[in-house]
Design a protein around this ligand. Structure first.
Ligand SMILES: Nc1ncnc2c1ncn2[C@@H]1O[C@H](COP(=O)(O)OP(=O)(O)O)[C@@H](O)[C@H]1O
Ligand SMILES: [Mg+2]
Length: 253
């Protein structure tokens, strides 16, 4: 029998409060399984980013437990934990005065890899995200938005972490580039089989990329669906999201 519990990340009765009166996240129970892309979908301010930050301990829960690979986040050594988790954010956060090579190889150099090994790894990673090796010498300002986002993904993958947190990684891109990166991202995941928590407010992106979609509203998980289930969902929050999405589709036609 395969193990019944293959959760890589698990939220158990998790709350996050800024202070007594202000809760950003309430009683979250959610499991992310090995190799899946679990999408956190919800409008701006619904608690998606807060949820991600509880995984890599940019935040710690006010109540409950976040378990990573079966162990509570607060019992992990912070450095070991972060080594197992790649983080990709919308504005990428590349160092502007570092070349692409140094940005991508940063974690490896902190880990004490030799310069040759880092160079080889950077080359491999750039190829993986569809960038020619010549980009290694460039600075972030010399790249397009899509290229910068590819570098951000390459950097997150540098030390081959089993878990990826992605916070609206394609949000700032034009629609054509975004669609291209989404397709490439899916192809990449076929190869890499990471466990991914992916944040978006875009239903189309959620349905395209997610193995499951967790719908958030006002700091609460209000529904958990496969993409096919989401499209048929009649619960009020999911239905409202679908209706808004369909209106937008119609007005584009
Ligand atoms: N440190 C903080 N102190 C107070 N409010 C915060 C803090 N961080 C985030 N918020 C608020 O909490 C809510 C949830 O934020 P967030 O998780 O970033 O939402 P999302 O990523 O879904 O847009 C938002 O209303 C945000 O303004
Ligand atoms: Mg956010």
């Amino acid at each position: 029998m395969p193990p019944t519990d293959d959760a890589v990340i698990e939220f158990r009765d998790v709350a996050y409060r800024v202070d007594q009166d202000r809760g950003l996240l309430h009683n979250l129970n959610l499991e992310v399984r090995g190799g899946e892309i679990l999408v956190l979908l919800g409008r701006s301010g619904s608690g998606k980013t807060t949820t991600l930050k509880l995984v890599n301990r940019l935040l710690d829960p006010s109540a409950g437990q976040v378990r990573i690979e079966g162990r509570p986040s607060t019992e992990w050594d912070l450095i070991r934990l972060r080594r197992r988790i790649g983080y990709v954010i919308q504005e990428v956060g590349l160092f502007p005065h570092f070349t692409v090579e140094r940005n991508v190889g940063l974690v490896c150099s902190i880990e004490g890899w030799s310069p040759e090994r880092i160079r080889a790894r950077v080359e491999e990673l750039l190829a993986l995200v569809g960038l020619d090796r010549q980009f290694a010498r460039r600075y972030p300002r010399e790249l397009s938005g899509g290229q910068r986002q590819r570098v951000g993904v390459a950097r997150a993958l540098a030390a081959d972490p089993p878990i990826l947190l992605m916070d609206e990684p394609f949000g700032a891109l034009d629609p054509v580039t975004r669609a291209e990166l989404q397709r490439e991202f899916l192809a990449l995941q076929q190869k890499l089989n990471k466990t991914i928590l992916f944040v978006t407010h875009d239903l189309r992106e959620a349905l395209l990329l997610g193995t499951r979609v967790a719908l958030f509203e006002a700091g609460r998980l209000v529904g958990l669906y496969t993409p096919a289930e989401f499209l048929r969902a009649t619960e009020p929050y999911a239905a409202a999201y679908l209706a808004a999405f369909r209106t937008e589709q119609t007005s584009r036609e």
